[in-house]
Design a protein around this ligand. Structure first.
Ligand code: GLP
Length: 246
């Protein structure tokens, strides 16, 4: 796992956007798996800017979201459907037929997970998976303890994650469950990019980079990925003893 440490959030976001744009330039029909959260907003802004200013096209790409809350309609303001539409998919030339977000209102969530996993498989696999990281080391909604061989499935969210995400919800009540792409599905992506910004991620980043790979720190799974890179600002890297992990 390689780590790039950038002076600030904007520089980190620009570097991540450059990698995604380069991959798309090499292969227009790339399959991208994308996160939500505050962290990737700068990267999305940069990619939208590249689309507007120099015609970077996403028209042939396929997009998968990593996760969605169970019980939220696609038009709920805190849903990841709305987040992605407002921050990315709605601002570029993505083909709606190739944009996939798990359906949090599916009557049979387990069946929805199997369907989602099958659609991913049907594309021939993910070329680039971009991740954020939770303060407890979660990736997607794979909370600590998520089996490394897990697939897209229904998960219970930890109290700490629900607390962090509570502000997005009325009465500060975040949903208890979500659909998340599984650990093995993430690991199979040909390239994985994990973005982290801010001191509140420094502990999780250090645990992922410097500890042994362990299911108690989901992001540590990436240590054995053949093509995984961390994009960190200095604050997120501040817990790393050596600064740059090799
Ligand atoms: C959420 C998402 C993750 C995201 C993480 C960090 O719970 N499910 O995919 O990476 O939290 O979010 P943020 O970037 O806002 O810190």
């Amino acid at each position: 796992m390689r780590a790039g440490v950038f002076p600030d959030y904007e520089a980190m976001s620009a570097a991540a956007a450059d990698v995604v744009a380069r991959r798309l330039g090499e292969e227009h029909s790339s399959v991208l798996m994308l996160p939500t959260g505050i962290t990737p907003l700068g990267m999305y802004r940069q990619l939208v800017e590249m689309h507007n200013s120099r015609g970077l096209s996403f028209a042939d790409a396929t997009f998968f979201n990593l996760d969605e809350y169970i019980g939220l309609a696609p038009d709920h303001r805190a849903s990841y459907h709305v987040y992605m539409k407002e921050n990315f998919y709605g601002l570029i030339d993505a083909d709606p037929a190739r944009v996939f977000v798990p359906d949090g209102t599916a009557p049979d969530p387990e069946a929805e997970c199997e369907r989602y996993e099958a659609v991913i498989r049907g594309t021939g696999g993910v070329d680039v998976c971009v991740l954020g990281i939770g303060r407890n080391g979660h990736i997607g909604f794979n909370e600590p303890g998520a089996p490394f061989d897990s697939r897209t499935r229904v998960v219970e969210l930890s109290e700490s994650t629900r607390k962090v995400n509570a502000a997005d919800f009325e009465a500060d009540r975040a949903p208890e469950r979500a659909i998340t792409v599984g650990m093995a599905t993430i690991f199979e992506a040909r390239e994985v990019m994990l973005l982290a910004s801010g001191t509140n991620k420094a502990g999780a980043v250090a645990a992922a980079v410097e500890g042994d790979a362990s299911e108690s720190v989901p992001a540590s799974m990436l240590k054995s990925h053949p093509h995984a890179s961390l994009f960190l600002d200095e604050d997120a890297a501040s817990g790393l003893g050596r600064g740059i992990a090799g």
